[in-house]
Write a protein that binds this ligand. Structure first.
Ligand SMILES: Cc1ncc(COP(=O)(O)O)c(C=O)c1O
Ligand SMILES: N[C@@H](CCCC[NH3+])C(=O)O
Length: 422
């Protein structure tokens, strides 16, 4: 069986392993719920973008919202990546991980003045500006600091990324970016402001995209604009095509990064833009299939509907509850016994607290299951709902194991709370 995450995540001698390490051994040592990542899967994924872009000026900016653990950032920084950030908190993480702020692009529809100042002082590479009003605010913050902010306008190309409505971002009904019809005037506005320096153009049309055509359609819209903006006398140095490339959770067959980039480069060349510096902001496709969430079966409730209650829940992995997303679930040590369908659910007091429905499994209490494709948007979206401490994170690199985040302890969860004095 070829699991998502193969060859880094696979069965060896009847046991699930991440690289050279059996997952059950990690669960024995670090407990569950436990996020386990393959460092070489991350390195390989970064290389697939970088190799496809070799010989062209480029920067792959890892969209760290997918997984912002410092050791994950360190891995991508060492691979030569920059970062796509959406908050001052994410910038602080980049710096703490030893990343270069000069390789950071700052996206997001609602940056605060304090975050703008922080990013200007750190020397980020570029602000991806998402509205005309933001141009004025950013310019005034930059003028007050005596600098010019490098800006790229995030254009909303009104292209259907054919993905879940909650994660589509490039349609005119989405809150993201500046409508492509208004972008030229927004560029004129930007070029006239004293605190700004136009450096690029940006678009990001959505997430978990499994087809090439939306990317090519968006690129055409972006190139039309680049031509119009440069005709207006405003040079555009880089083109940032965002992230969004999907991964295999079940039977999806998204294009490989190399294929996507090959097609985009071909279109750029055909249209005479092959010399431009290219930026990408991939998140999920760099880390999603590099990780699993390991959980222990607490109790079984067979019946008309059979529930397999595990110790991980929607607070550890919200994607099924939030998007009805399918995540593969496999045993860490398969039993050679008959299977039956189980709803794999967590202990949280919500009917929406499920990880998988109608999964054919042979399980007993105490067994460990691995939720596949949990390297992206799992830990970063985790919460403490029901006063549940978040799990530990472990990075495997060959046969080396690194604890990269300790398990939260309950007292930490209310450490900042105060009783009212009587
Ligand atoms: C601006 C921006 N860039 C990049 C990403 C990364 O997306 P993905 O994880 O789908 O590659 C996102 C999230 O969708 C985003 O909002
Ligand atoms: N968090 C989402 C994707 C949104 C990406 C951020 N714009 C997911 O788990 O699929």
């Amino acid at each position: 069986m070829n699991l998502p995450g193969s060859p880094w995540i696979a069965y060896t001698d009847g046991e699930l392993v991440v690289e050279d390490v059996p997952v059950n051994r990690l669960a024995d040592e670090y407990g569950t719920p436990l996020y386990v990542y393959s460092r070489n899967a991350m390195r390989t994924a970064a290389a697939s973008y970088q190799d496809a872009l070799a010989g062209r000026p480029h920067l792959v900016c890892y969209a760290m919202k997918a997984n912002s653990n410092l050791a994950v950032l360190q891995t991508f920084a060492e691979a030569g990546c920059g970062f796509d950030i959406v908050s001052g908190g994410e910038l602080a993480r980049v710096i703490a991980a030893g990343g270069d702020p000069g390789k950071v692009v700052f996206s997001g529809v609602g940056k605060t003045r304090a975050e703008m100042r922080q990013a200007l002082q750190a020397g980020v590479r570029c602000f991806n500006v998402e509205s005309e009003a933001e141009l004025d605010v950013l310019s005034s913050v930059a003028v007050a600091l005596g600098v010019r902010a490098p800006v790229s306008l995030r254009v909303n190309p009104d292209v259907d990324a054919k993905t879940h409505p909650y994660i589509s971002t490039g349609l005119k009904g989405n809150k993201f970016g500046i409508a492509h019809q208004q972008a030229l005037s927004a560029y004129r506005h930007a070029a006239a402001l004293p605190g700004l320096r136009v450096v690029g153009i940006d678009c990001h049309i959505g997430s978990q995209i499994t087809e090439l055509s939306p990317y090519l359609d968006a690129l055409d819209r972006v190139l039309d604009l680049v031509e119009a903006v440069e005709l207006a006398g405003i040079p555009i140095r880089h083109i940032d095509l965002g992230g969004g490339l999907g991964i295999t959770y079940t039977d999806e067959e998204p294009p490989e990064a190399g294929v996507l980039i090959g097609q985009l480069l071909k279109r750029l060349d055909e249209r005479g833009h092959g010399h431009r510096e290219l930026l990408f902001e991939p998140g999920r496709s760099l880390v999603g299939n590099a990780g699993v969430l390991v959980t222990e079966v607490l109790v079984l409730k067979p019946g008309a509907k059979s529930f397999c209650i595990v110790d991980a829940a929607m607070n550890d992995l919200v994607r099924p509850a939030m998007y009805e997303a399918y995540m593969g679930i496999v045993p860490c040590k398969p039993r050679h016994e008959p299977t039956r369908p189980w709803d794999v659910v967590g202990p949280v007091c919500e009917s929406g607290d499920w990880l998988g429905r109608e999964r054919e499994l042979a399980v007993k209490a105490g067994d460990r299951l691995a939720v596949l494709s949990s390297g992206a948007y799992a830990m970063t979206m985790a919460s403490n709902y029901n006063t549940r401490p978040r799990g530990a994170e472990v990075m495997v690199d060959g046969s080396s194991v690194h604890l990269i985040r300790e398990r939260e302890q309950v007292p930490q969860l209310f450490a900042g709370e105060k009783l009212i004095r009587r």
